[in-house]
Design a protein around this ligand. Structure first.
Ligand SMILES: [Ca+2]
Ligand SMILES: [Ca+2]
Length: 85
């Protein structure tokens, strides 16, 4: 039983580490995590902002361009500005 609990604990830690590493490799604004920041991400953020689409907590962290812990118009403006460069 202890071995089973240890295996479960190791599995959970490995999963958390993978999520953190994966999130670090995701470009800021890439809310659909396909490796590119483009109109798809912009549309998802706009739809989230008006309540038509739910982003999960990881997607919100990735899309939170102004670091205020939520998706808002400023994030969308920063994303558009970055896409136009
Ligand atoms: Ca993307
Ligand atoms: Ca924000």
């Amino acid at each position: 039983m202890i071995v089973g609990l240890l295996l479960l604990l190791v599995s959970l830690i490995a999963r958390v580490v993978c999520l953190v590493v994966d999130e670090r490799n995701t470009p800021r604004g890439d809310v659909n995590r396909d490796g590119r920041v483009n109109a798809v991400d912009l549309t998802m953020m706009k739809r989230h902002l008006i309540g038509m689409y739910d982003l999960d907590s990881t997607q919100i962290r990735i899309g939170d361009m102004n670091h205020n812990h939520r998706i808002d118009q400023m994030d969308i403006d920063v994303l558009v500005e970055g896409m136009l460069r």
